[in-house]
Design a protein around this ligand. Structure first.
Ligand code: CTP
Ligand code: MG
Length: 224
């Protein structure tokens, strides 16, 4: 059995504290696109939605209006993304083999990408959506002064979905909590725990709504 955790409990600070995942993008709110992709993925059995406390009711209404059948829980998130993942994980049913974590702010996710990540996790323990970077990446200091250029051939930009054997993710998040570490994605937790992270290369756009300017691009891509 495979379960998904859809993360929708952020503050949207980089969009001026806008609750971006509940903002309308075309006919639906941003989070709806991810929910539909996971609902329509035949390899997903159960979905937990993690939202802010003040959005639980809105989410329930959305789930009903989209006639989603795989939602097993709508739960509240925590202060940091990693706290929201932990709450989500706790609310997945017992007996989950693979846990897939996804940012609700990435509405371009497809059932195919979700399945690829799950297949990798089944075989190798993890499957994390990623792209080889196309820009030249430079390490710089706080004043914008370049410190060095990193070899592009060895750089990947990591996205979600991120799928893991459930016990690998659980153990990794526990280790991160005990160490008091701050992480920005689940692959970092798994790396921190000493386990391998395997990337799943995905060429299609899978942009995260982060800044206000991303809305127009996402809308164009959704209509494509
Ligand atoms: N998220 C969450 N709980 C948190 C923080 C983030 O569930 N405490 C979710 C967001 O809702 C989003 C995803 O994690 O779908 C990726 O996070 P990000 O893009 O950083 O969203 P925000 O944290 O909301 O944005 P910002 O960092 O600009 O405040
Ligand atoms: Mg954030």
């Amino acid at each position: 059995m495979n379960g998904a955790i859809i993360l929708a409990a952020g503050k949207g600070e980089r969009m001026g504290n806008m609750d971006k995942v509940f903002m309308k993008l075309g006919p639906y709110p941003v989070v709806a696109y991810s929910l539909l992709a996971f609902e329509n993925c035949t390899n997903i059995d159960a979905i937990v939605i993690v939202t802010r406390e003040d959005r639980i009711e809105t989410t329930q209404t959305l789930v009903s209006s989209l006639s989603l059948s795989k939602i097993v829980s709508i739960t509240t998130g925590g202060a940091r993304r990693q706290d929201s993942v932990k709450n989500g994980l706790k609310n997945l049913p017992e007996g989950i083999d693979i846990a897939v974590v996804h940012d609700a702010a990435r509405p371009l996710v497809t059932p195919e990408l979700i399945s690829l990540c799950i297949e990798s996790a089944k075989e190798k323990g993890s499957g994390v959506a990623a792209k080889r970077v196309v820009d030249t990446i430079k390490e710089c200091d706080e004043n914008g002064l370049v410190v060095r250029t990193i070899d592009r051939n060895r750089l990947c930009a990591v996205e979600t979905p991120q799928a893991f054997k459930a016990e690998i993710l659980r153990d990794a998040l526990d280790k991160v909590e005990i160490a008091g570490a701050n992480i920005t994605d689940d692959a970092s937790a798994v790396e921190f725990s000493g386990k391998e992270v395997h990337l799943v290369e995905w060429q299609k756009p899978n942009l995260k709504l982060t800044h206000a300017e991303d809305q127009k691009i996402l809308l164009a891509l959704l209509n494509d």
